[in-house]
Design a protein around this ligand. Structure first.
Ligand code: SD4
Length: 344
């Protein structure tokens, strides 16, 4: 190789090499392990996931443990303590996804305390991804899950009785009237219930994403879904690519809010694709929110959707249609609730 060619080659490869180096550098500095989750109720969920992450456990085990923790919480509206559907029946949706794109989900499952663990069993023990309704319940029982009583929690009973007075089929979701600061203050108690005195909050979805010490990502979602929905209605939460998506090369995202709007744009898949294009987690979430809002600005004023995402460096961010979406973060560096930016 003559000298001129060598210099030319050097000029061409130098930027490449430095780009590589800066990627490697930033990866080395990545925050891991880390877990992020929707809402202020994500704080105790993160704490549970952290027990596993900080002991060098897997992101998959961590997200399952986090989701199980809130499913246990009878005073929260995620699991069996959540609001029922229009017919007074609590039906639960959940999914889980790991770093190898393995995934499992259950939708409309009744009387099972830990749908996230059933979802994991679907992922690990069947060739399928989603089981629904009676079939999901049958599978759960066959796998040793106990059928819980049909009873509604006290708070759900009251909310349902109130709703029945008008029986208006107008499911409105997640538009918080309680100032975010008050909610963050509330979190200083042992557990922040999601039924607020003014009855305004009915957010009922826990979505969480974790990265373990090895840098692998996983996510899980668990919910009782939109309050007073039609019996049989399935939201975004158990749908891979809508309520949750994980791509171990790029990042992961989850969502909360009006599930139909998230499904229409394959929301979390879209967020991850925006991150693939180089957008930060927050920008990627914003672009997905814009996709919903730009189609119908008037309708968007009546909706809430929040996306929450993490990239491969452990950077995270969120964006919502409206004010009020908050999320919780736990890593070696922090343990706190963040408020999401919003579009409208
Ligand atoms: C649903 N996305 O069933 C869920 C509801 C939700 O906070 O996120 N509530 O559409």
């Amino acid at each position: 190789m003559n000298r001129r060619k060598f210099i030319q080659l050097g000029a061409l490869t130098a930027p490449l090499l430095s780009a590589r180096k800066s990627f490697a550098d930033s990866f080395d500095q990545s925050t891991k392990p880390i877990v992020i989750s929707t809402w202020d109720s994500g704080m105790p969920v993160n704490a549970e996931a952290w027990k596993i992450l900080s002991a060098n456990g897997t992101a998959l085990d961590a997200v399952e443990a986090g989701a199980r923790h809130i499913e246990n919480e009878i005073n929260c509206c995620v699991g069996l303590g959540g609001y029922p559907d229009r017919d007074g029946i609590v039906t639960l949706d959940s999914c889980i996804m790991d770093h190898q794109a393995n995934c499992g989900a259950v939708a409309g499952i009744e009387r099972i305390k830990h749908p996230v663990s059933v979802a994991r069993k679907v992922m690990e023990n069947t060739p399928h991804v989603i089981l629904v309704g009676a079939g999901a319940q049958q599978f759960a029982v066959e796998n040793g899950f106990v059928l819980e009583p049909e009873a509604l929690s006290e708070s759900a009973k009251k909310a349902y009785a109130d709703w029945l007075k008008k029986s208006e089929y107008k499911p409105v979701i997640n538009i918080e009237n309680m100032p975010v600061d008050n909610r963050i203050k509330k979190q200083n108690g042992p557990f922040a219930p999601h039924f607020f005195e003014d009855g305004t909050a009915n957010h009922d979805t826990m979505g969480l994403v974790a990265m373990d010490v090895t840098g692998n990502l996983s996510g899980a979602v668990t919910t009782s879904g939109m309050a007073f929905k039609l019996h049989g209605r399935v939201g975004d939460s158990p749908i891979i690519g809508a309520g949750l998506f994980v791509d171990n090369e790029i990042g992961a995202a989850t969502s909360s809010g009006t599930g139909e709007e998230v499904i229409r744009i394959c929301g979390t898949h879209l967020v991850v694709e925006f991150m693939r294009q180089g957008y930060s987690p927050e920008k990627a979430c914003r672009k997905a929110v814009e996709r919903i809002v730009n189609r119908d600005k008037e309708k968007a004023k009546t909706l809430q959707v929040g996306f929450l995402a993490m990239n491969k460096k452990g950077e995270y961010g969120a964006y919502a249609i409206q004010k009020g979406f908050v999320y919780s973060v736990k890593s070696d560096n922090e343990n706190m609730i963040h408020t999401s930016k919003y579009l409208i």
